[in-house]
Design a protein around this ligand. Sequence first.
Ligand code: ADP
Ligand code: ZN
Length: 722
Amino acid sequence: MPASRVRLLVMNAALGPLDYRVPEGMDVEHGSVVVAPLGPRQVTGIVWEDERLPTDPVPENKLRPLLGVLEVPPVRAELRRLIEWTAEYYVAPLAAVARMVIASGGALRGPATMTEYRLTGGAPERMTPQRQQAIEALEGEQATIRELSGLAGVSEAVLRGLVNQGVLEPVEVDVDRPYPRAHADYHQPDLSADQREVSDRLVEAVQARKFAPILLDGVTGSGKTETYFEAIAAAIAADRQVLVMLPEIALTENFLSRFEARFGAAPVVWHSSLKSTERRRAWRAIASGEAQVVVGARSALFLPYANLGLIVVDEAHEISFKQDEGVRYNARDVAVMRARFEKMPVILASATPALESLHMADTGIYEKLVLPSRFGGAQLPDIQLVDLTEEKPGSGAWISPPLRRALFDRLEKGEQSLLFLNRRGYAPLTLCRHCGFRFQCPNCSAWLVEHRLSKRLACHHCGHETQPPETCPDCGEPDCLVACGPGVERIADEVAEMLPDARVAVVTSDTLNSPEKAAEFVAMAEAKAIDVIVGTQLVTKGFHFPELTLVGVIDADLGLEGGDLRAAERTYQQVAQVAGRAGRGAKPGEVLIQTRHPEAPVIAALEAGDRDAFYEAETEARRYAGAPPFGRWAAIIISSEDEREAREAANRLGDTRPHLDDVQVLGPAPAPLALLRNRYRFRLLLNARRSADLQQVIRHWLSGIDHPPGVRIGVDIDPYSF
Ligand code: ADP
Ligand code: ZN
């Protein structure tokens, strides 16, 4: 191949690799990020020379020239290998994976400053409702015009009008300004003997610069964070970058302040809702090597670190590491592969590891480091079951007499309580008491959830919202709507009625929707300005409140409904994690678990505090079902806005299913959410033995069939919920 011809992976998932001509005087190498013409447009692409890719038949003299090379480091071979592995393993287009590396190509281009706008405090000559709306919404904000337009819900033209009138003023932002430096020895804590042993091993692994997958298995409050901070310190001292992945980026506030106390500077934060200036700044610092420690959501995993030396996945069991749209990958597993390709340790930290991770440790593939007890001698809480079939809460109520008594008792003693229910909003279903009409999402097969705090009926799948009507939309009866079942807001009401003096806080992604709100909540809880916290799974994560001594689980059976493969494991993890919030200080904790099935193995194991018994039973169940880690599952989701088109496409696929000994195909059947965001969804499930080349089977099967353009086929390897 002549040097002037290069193959490009363009950032368009529908296209294969394309060839271009390198103009005279332009320097490109493998992995160079370039701009190329595509039809009338310009696209970003990565120079991707690989004999295995299909050749582009365009003759030499018809090749179009590259337009330019972006001033970013070329994507290195190890990262290209990760992209290839991810695309192969998850049966995704290469370009779709590579896009995550570029992370919005636009962020790469352009100068070192960007213009943002903010309010000057002045008023426009003529006030209009839209201007009024913009001015109210943008108080304290500073961002690009496009972002402000999204924030304020007005057009960019309205904002430009405000700029012309001097109501908004431009601010030049230097996107290359340096981040404060973290120092390995800023504040070194005294570690316990157990912690010291673990941290010595972690430090050694960082210094060895070899692939080392490590499961850091320690009960809640055992000091895992403190321990892996020492590994981070070792990487900083060796001038290597660190990636820490956290499941819930809204809740990083607590982590950030601990980090700053330990290292004297905040880490670089990366998540999908960063402003474009922050995004560009972070991306450049990561690619140049200036960013020392990056704390991010799963999207931080594919960034082009110049010099990565350690990956930490905290709360590694969390399902939010699994991406369920676009490229459906599990960031925990891809993190291990990245560590392998780039030769570094990866630490998976959890008090309730995924069964797959424990299995890897038990079979010697992962190294297991254990912190067996809570730091500082704090005791694990005492766990009791409340059998709801005997201790009935009373009609329209969800808190049983024993839990009620315990709440009274804590309030009297001035201690804090936490009630856990994994349901946002006031009630999961609203119906008309007159005609039985149920409020359903127009775009999804799901009920609308009543949110009383924000006075909305909302779909938790597509975001559709409406105001609760005063009359039934079906029969016209006024004041007829009734709430069915509990959500956290309703539990909070029940507490407020029962304990009128208690200060109650509802903690969900609705109420803690920004880092500021999260910080405010933590400050109030720490200052003992909150007596009872009522929250969803968000409260199971990372919080450390020494005065919190009672945890009540409102409905432990909730997660066990439905035929989900991981239901038992998830229930175990959630309840164990939320229980772990109790008694983290000097005072012992108590946990009351309300259930209608005290005999269910997972509930019994929780009561006995017998993790091993749970994992053993779960292991046998998985082995029997041919489920991971013993067999493998994959789902193929066929969707279209036209139900018949989707059904026909699913049937066509079903008719051509492979007939193999080691892969079984089930379906097609309507997917669990048969309508999602206006798309009808059908599903085929594959169950394979470990020996089968599942990906190859799927790729071969799917490549044989053409579908109408409105049909989308998504592959989900190792799906989490079905
Ligand atoms: P985990 O991550 O295992 O849940 P953490 O690292 O959050 O545990 O530790 C639990 C609590 O104990 C935190 O408040 C932490 O600050 C404290 N802690 C842990 N190790 C130490 C130590 N060596 N010195 C002082 N405090 C510690
Ligand atoms: Zn919806």
